[in-house]
Write a protein that binds this ligand. Structure first.
Ligand SMILES: [Zn+2]
Ligand SMILES: [Zn+2]
Length: 370
């Protein structure tokens, strides 16, 4: 039933991706093989591709896979409560289950099996090799984490469990967003839009999203997904607009999901209300933040939290929302790519392809190459 080999995309070095054919490993009683239906492309794929984040190479990238169980050991089937033919969303981290982080429920930052022991980040020569989602088939470790997803939703939308899960954890779970809260989201990328959806689902009162002038299409989608107001930070005085929209109070919750720009981090301290919560989730290439006035945190008694990964609870909320059909998620999904076009997919998200930009995109192994 299973083919002998799988097509995989292998990264050999910075900006070096190639298609290869590798054997599909045998399973044990505790492991499984996933037939990949779709794999989401996210900002960290860009950083991995360019070498901005150092990843051991060679590697099969792809840490946002959705697929169907193609083969599974009896014990794995029992533990995960899934069987051959079931559709699952796979979390990236493969936690050890025994370290302090795991025991305290922060399994997504587990380092028990090494730093970044996660689907899409483990070296190809670490047996059995097929660890990444840019492939027809992927290996599921006994400690991989899977969530069942209904099979009748188009794969390119179901695979949004990943950005949406981040939205629920970063914009709702961590800042404890609820009814009455004004939520200000800095950055209208896929994580920013997912934060709009999650904050709306959590009952937030007013949702405001900021972006650059070139982000106009994304800001318009933000409105269609539930944002009340959008701000073009290049054309408008953001501080003044936030004040006007909040009766001079500032935002209860500020979510920073812009990529690379450090100015929004410093500005967040000005936008947040007394006692408000700021969540920092946009990676800045480890740059220092100029004009960061820490006194504002003191005098406002503001809380600043970092957010890196997602938790099972947030993924479950995301999957339920996808299954509900309540939100027009297709607005966010702009591109499907074939495996052979992985490089183009990443370059498009990075804005390196003239005149064409993606918001949410994914690889569909079955798609035909452009
Ligand atoms: Zn990702
Ligand atoms: Zn652990």
């Amino acid at each position: 039933m299973l083919p002998r080999t799988s097509r995989v995309v292998v990264q050999e070095g910075p900006r070096q991706l190639g298609l290869r054919e590798l054997p599909i490993p045998a399973i044990t009683d505790d492991s499984a093989i996933l037939r990949v239906e779709a794999c989401g492309i996210c900002g960290s794929d860009v950083e991995q591709y360019t070498g901005t984040i150092p990843i051991p190479l060679p590697v099969i990238p792809g840490h946002e896979p959705l697929g169907v169980i193609a083969a599974i050991g009896d014990r794995a089937a029992q533990r995960w409560q899934v069987d051959v033919g079931d559709r699952v969303a796979v979390e990236a981290p493969i936690p050890c289950g025994h370290c302090r982080a795991c025991l305290e429920g922060r399994y997504h930052v587990c380092r028990g099996r090494g730093t970044m022991f996660a689907h899409g980040y483990i070296r190809l020569d670490h047996a059995p090799g097929l660890w990444g989602g840019y492939a027809d088939y992927m290996y599921l470790d006994p400690c991989s984490i899977v969530h069942k997803v209904r099979p009748d939703i188009p794969a390119s939308l179901a695979v949004m469990f990943n950005p949406l899960g981040a939205g629920f954890r970063w914009a709702v779970e961590i800042p404890e967003t609820g009814p009455g809260d004004t939520v200000l989201i800095l950055g209208p990328g896929q994580r920013g839009l997912a934060s709009v959806i999650a904050a709306r689902a959590a009952g937030a009162d007013t949702i405001i999203v900021t972006g650059l002038t070139r982000d106009a299409p994304k800001l318009s989608i933000a409105k269609q997904l539930g944002a009340d107001h959008t701000i073009d930070v290049e054309q408008e005085d953001t501080s003044r607009r936030v004040k006007d929209l909040t009766d001079g109070r500032g935002a209860d919750v500020v979510i920073e999901v812009s990529s690379y720009a450090t100015a929004p981090v410093a500005a967040a301290l000005h936008y947040v209300t007394m006692g408000g919560r700021i969540v920092l989730a946009g990676i800045k290439g480890f740059k220092a933040v100029p004009d960061f006035v820490s006194d504002l945190i003191v005098v406002k008694e503001a809380t600043i939290r970092g957010a890196f990964g997602v938790t099972a609870r947030a993924y479950d909320a995301a999957i339920r929302l996808i299954e509900s059909g309540r939100v027009p998620l297709a607005l966010m999904h702009t591109h499907d790519f074939a495996l052979a076009d992985a490089e183009r997919a990443i370059q498009m998200l990075a804005g390196e392809i003239p005149d064409e930009a993606s918001i949410h995109s994914c690889l569909l192994p079955d798609a035909l190459s452009a």
